[in-house]
Design a binder for this molecule. Structure first.
Ligand SMILES: [Zn+2]
Length: 293
């Protein structure tokens, strides 16, 4: 837990919730109450909750797709996880996205992980829609509960397609970053619909760069390549053509076809270096810096 409570602000009226000099922890508090607007945010097991249980964002977790995602986070199956690392369309051989992510995570200071799921990083505050194991703060990426200029880095991996208003989430990311802070995002381009918990958007290389116009030193590149896309799209096509329904039919058809097709993805080791590979990229990364002034 690297959450500094004095960086929290009210999501209703934006007033800081604690004095800048506050150096305690939230462990023995039951709620944070805004002294300006009297809004109250419960603290459960030391985790502040800035989203009500019945908030629309949380309700998405109760859809069939959302419930599958939550089950995976609450009861992870290490064997299935290890199997899926190989027998899947996911293969990310590039060095540039890895270097960009490392640069963001190793920038000295506290980092914010938006939509962290169950991934954990050092010197980082992990924010998600629900208190999955290891989540430091429950909140909405559209209305971040932090004062301005707090974080030296921000990592947001395959989350932006699931938010209703990506522009607002990027603007909030910009706001909470310190000048000189780094933002690292991964977004899908050619990727099937996946409601974890909802799915609203895709980005091309140009579209993604445009979203980060307020930043400087913007670099966009391939994360998942064209062969990864083909495994994912062909197996998904088979599932759609079967006429079966999610989740049982999906596991059967999509899983079976992925089992046949997955070796194709390893060609991305070579293909990702081709000059036009981005035209069929599965996922793209972007790294961008918040300007000093
Ligand atoms: Zn308030």
């Amino acid at each position: 837990m690297t959450l500094n409570p004095s960086t929290l602000r009210c999501t209703t009226c934006t007033t800081p919730l604690l004095k800048k000099t506050y150096s305690g922890t939230l462990g023995n508090m039951s709620a944070l109450t805004c002294h300006a607007c009297k809004a109250s945010f419960p603290i459960k097991n030391g985790v502040p909750h800035f989203l009500e249980t019945r908030a629309p964002e949380r309700a998405q977790l109760e859809t069939v797709d959302g419930a599958c995602m939550v089950a995976g986070y609450r009861r992870p199956n290490p064997l299935m996880h290890a199997l899926r690392r190989v027998v899947s369309s996911e293969y990310f051989p590039g060095k540039s996205w890895r270097a960009a992510k490392t640069r963001t995570l190793e920038n000295p200071g506290t980092k914010l992980i938006l939509g962290s799921g169950v991934t954990r990083y050092l010197d980082a505050v992990h924010l998600d829609l629900d208190d999955f194991p290891g989540v430091d703060i429950v909140g909405d990426a559209h209305v971040l509960p932090f004062v301005d200029d707090v974080f030296s880095g921000l990592v947001c991996e395959v989350v932006l397609e699931h938010v209703a208003d990506p522009k607002r989430v990027i603007a909030e990311s910009f706001r909470v970053l310190q000048p000189g802070g780094l933002a690292f995002f991964i977004v899908p381009f050619l990727f099937p619909f996946h409601g974890h918990p909802s799915d609203f958007q895709r980005w091309s290389r140009e579209g993604l760069a445009r979203e980060f116009e307020a930043f400087e030193d913007v670099e966009v590149g391939i994360h998942g390549g064209p062969c990864s896309s083909m495994v994912n799209l062909l197996s998904e096509w088979g599932y759609v053509m079967s006429g079966l329904r999610f989740p049982r039919g999906y596991t059967l058809i999509k899983g079976g076809l992925t089992g046949l097709l997955f070796p194709i993805k390893f060609m991305d080791l070579l293909v990702n270096r081709f000059p036009e590979a981005h035209r069929l990229a599965s996922t793209l990364f972007i790294i961008a810096t918040k300007p000093q002034t």
